[in-house]
Design a protein around this ligand. Sequence first.
Ligand code: FEO
Length: 574
Amino acid sequence: MVAVTPQPPAASARLTMQSIEIAAETTAIRSLDWDRDRFDIEFGLNNGTTYNSFLIRAEKIALVDTSHQKFRQLYLDLLTGLIDPTSIDYLIISHTEPDHSGLVKDVLQLAPQITIVGAKVAIQFLENMVHQPFNHLIVKSGDRLDLGQGHELEFVSAPNLHWPDTIFTFDYKTGVLFTCDAFGMHYCDDHTFDEDPEILSADYKYYYDCLMAPNARSVLAALKRIEKLDIKTIATGHGPLLLHYLPDWIDSYRVWSQEQTKADVLVVVFYAEDYGYSEQLARSIAHGIVKTEAAVELIDLNTTELQEVRELVNIAAGIVIGMPPQSNTDAHAILSTILAAAHSKQSIGLFESGGGEDEPIYPLRNQFQEIGLSEAFPPILVKEAPSQSIEQICDEAGIDLGHWVTRDRTVKQMKSIDSNLDRALGRLSNGLYVLTAQKGDISSAMIASWVMQASLDPMGVAISVAKDRAIEALLHPGDRFVLNVLEEGNSQALMKHFLKRFAPGSDRFSGVKTYAATNGSPILADALAYLECEVKSRLESSDHWIVYSSVQVGRIAKQDALTAVHHRKVGNHY
Ligand code: FEO
């Protein structure tokens, strides 16, 4: 495996290209986006990302996926340096999201003879996207395409990983399985392969949680379909290619997905993938739900069956619906099925995606309330492209719904702890603090008591943050926050305020005196002291993130006052 055309880094843009032979007659063309810090709901990107495309040069020539528009010139220069585009026979589209298909139109201009290969929905989507006729070949699971020289390709349908259009492509000669989003991670560096899994595993899991966990059943179905293949390498669409630890990476997907599907509390999120911002909002809500003990299943109203809907609604503890367009009569039939199967023990949440002709939300809300379902969050109405703050609202709405449907289970778990252990653990005492954070137009706050100094040089603190806290999204490496220290005898008002239940997206600081720290986060004017911190790393425990941060600035308001202390009786909750 030899790098054939190393590219000089573009000094300011930090967009670079890499091309490397990964197997016989197979070249990876990787677009390295070093600084991307946000990717739809994965707003905690720390290590950039890559968009990977592949070229198989056998008797017939196939390109697998393209790249993001921002790489237009770099990608096309590299591609045309590798091959005369007019000699490419096929462009295989694994998935039509623009980070992979953003340059299809450009490739078609250079290579109008090309035949685009994809799932039926992918081809339909591309027809609407490129607005010009093109040769195409619709494929489904089990279909084969022979490129010659032993490169026989087999297609594997992998719907919902992470759109309904996804196909994998397996090359029988090289054992390379091209999977696009599945098995990917947002991790950018010059290493083409997965040499060091310790560095990569946190990003791999985070990516799974964000993109794949809401479709765990589909992940398991896809794993079943690829079981029979002798896979040597998984050529993903994002991050390093998986070669050295392949069985471990695959097994992680299996274990995580089995855990998801075994969870006894399920929330089903219905949305219309091709309508407004429905899919994006649905994913943000699902992202919040998976932070809790509940499992989630994302269902596209356009591709589901009534029987599946009935079965899922029957077993669901919670239902979320993104309103489909009024013109979508099939989706109407599904709404009726959901209403007919829903029952009073369930929780409901609704959102409108801004497509312009949504089915009205309030009549449906009334119908669910008449059946007796409890509303987990007020309807979310979004008319414009979702901003970070809208996604945060959706994330928090998902967390609220997840907490609601798992509340009985949480109480049961608390009661099940051995009482001696419970009381002994409760003797660990801590101070009382309010952690405040501002990132872009999102702010959040939480009471913290599991806080300790964790290093001397540089000064550092460790804070334990439950995985299902909304503020967790603002505490990734590089993020900044303020740790406000509460004062003994003067903490009640702040405690009462921050222990309130806040509606998704509501201003946590309304009615509280604050001023801005140099790092932009709010300092509570009534705190005894504050520390300005920057997150350096996170350690995952079963249900908490232990966030280690360096401390840059600190001030104290009263020299002689003491820190408020939290004395507990039991260790099974805060
Ligand atoms: Fe990497 Fe779903 O696009």
